[in-house]
Design a protein around this ligand. Sequence first.
Ligand code: CA
Length: 231
Amino acid sequence: MAGKQILIVEDEKPIRDMIAFGLRRAGYDVTEAEDTAEARARIADRRPDLMLVDWMLPDQSGLELTRQIKRDRDTHELPIIMLTARAEEGDKVAGLECGADDYVTKPFSPRELVARINAVLRRSAPGGPDELIRANGLTLDQAGHRVLAGEATVTLGPTEYRLLSFFMTHPDRVYSRGQLLDRVWGGNVYVEERTVDVHIRRLRKALEAHGYDRYIQTVRGAGYRFSSRPQ
Ligand code: CA
């Protein structure tokens, strides 16, 4: 994971310095911001591979910053680990519900933080956008913006492509309609949850022509899942 760029958003300089030092030693590229306004400027300037966001920041809470980043279609795939001094379970749930990928409670060791960063990077980025992702004979070609079933191109509308692309990069996990709206539609626009069902139906129909519709699975009462295992 060396060479990945990590943006640290933390107002307390000693803590920021300590984290930056540990991450640089682990081979990361580090940029720093002391509040959410500076964080936004840094993201606009150069997109980091992952962000560490302190909960308590002077201009706006780290929770709110995380929520906004995860709702914006341009940035919603950016992995975020929240840092906090608060260890209450309710806070942890709030942190994860606002879209954070993980949550680390202060005080933590640099070694522990690096391990968590590596885990989130592995989980959230199965290869860069140029890498082909394969599952059960389906191939997601993100650079070519297409999906192949064997050798044949699956004909997909733009939303169905984004949906299938999200599923193939996040396999074997159940996502609720609300989560799919946030992650695939971006949450910028008001879309009803049943819209998800409409596009799932279209996606299945497109895959059915190639015999792959069974990999998009309905999990009753929970949402949808893409299975990467033979069915
Ligand atoms: Ca703080």
